[in-house]
Design a protein around this ligand. Structure first.
Ligand SMILES: Nc1ccn([C@@H]2O[C@H](COP(=O)(O)O)[C@@H](O)[C@H]2O)c(=O)n1
Length: 268
């Protein structure tokens, strides 16, 4: 059957990813306007009517901007943990009871034969999570907006075939950049965003022969570039003794303004 996914948009201007498995179709986050999400759907031949629900990582606006509108328009259940629900309530508008799905972080949910699990991440939100999608032979993990790679996150995602992993910024570019110092301090903190270097360090510990591709996600437009991110991540891996050949492992692009091609998690 296979797990297929496309990262529709990634970055602080809006995040959304669609995952399909057999007859199941899920979106992680809806951080762009409904109009923009529908335009991105068109580019990947996705219909809002085929979605089975929206999984929320956390309540920041770049993850929930179009959440209420998409849920109402397509009658979609919203899945979020208790504290995230409480935190997004005011921003999301009226959602009927049957579309309010509350889970506890770490709980397993089966959508057909696709198992979805959430895991806690460190970010300055109420109860932020990442997600894993596993059908018993293929596994995809999505981990963005994390201040650091905790042991729990590492354990949750280490047996994945494909990762969508944050590489937000180059530390020096951020330090020298135009953001106010408080914002820089937040981004660099343990409840901020993962740098290129930190993403590479994490990958060097995660590499176990199974992970075939990692999509570098949530790149800062002010303090990063895809080529720089790829180079820094690879350097950070190699400086920790983690070398790979291009046919064994690939770093892949995500974009803030266009979707990634559909990818099958089980493809070599
Ligand atoms: N003036 C700003 C700009 C950004 N942020 C937040 O910082 C984080 C990183 O943003 P990038 O666009 O550089 O990836 C993100 O959480 C933004 O919301 C901010 O608070 N103030």
């Amino acid at each position: 059957m296979g797990i297929y996914f496309t990262v529709l948009s990634s970055g602080s201007t809006g995040n959304a990813t669609v995952i399909q498995h057999g007859g199941t179709s899920l979106m992680i986050d809806a951080g762009l306007s409904a109009k923009r999400l529908e335009a991105l759907f068109l580019e990947r031949e996705i219909s809002g009517t085929e979605l089975d629900g929206i999984l929320v990582t956390h309540e920041h606006s770049d993850h929930i901007k179009g959440l209420g509108a998409m849920s109402r328009k397509y009658n979609l259940p919203i899945y979020a943990n208790t504290n995230t629900w409480a935190a997004l309530e005011k921003s999301v508008g009226a959602i009927p009871e049957e579309n309010r799905r509350v889970f506890e972080t770490g709980e397993k949910h089966d959508f057909g034969s696709l198992r979805v699990e959430s895991f806690g991440i460190s970010h300055d939100a109420a109860e932020p999570v990442g997600y894993t999608f596993d059908d018993g032979s293929e596994k995809l993990s999505v981990a963005t907006d994390l201040g650091y790679m905790s042991d729990k996150v590492r354990d949750a995602i280490s047996d994945s075939d494909v990762l969508v992993l944050e590489a937000n910024h180059d530390v020096e570019l951020l330090r020298m950049g135009r953001y106010p110092w408080n914002t820089k301090r937040r981004i660099l903190s343990d409840i901020g965003h993962l740098s290129n270097e930190a993403a590479g360090a994490a990958l060097s510990e995660l590499m176990n022969g199974r992970i075939k591709r990692t999509y570098l996600a949530h790149l800062s437009r002010d303090h990063n570039m895809m080529d720089l991110a790829k180079m820094s991540v690879r350097d950070a891996m190699e400086s920790r003794g983690c070398f790979y050949r291009d046919h064994e492992f690939k770093l892949c692009d995500t974009y803030y303004d266009r979707p990634t091609p559909w990818d099958r998690v089980g493809e070599p």
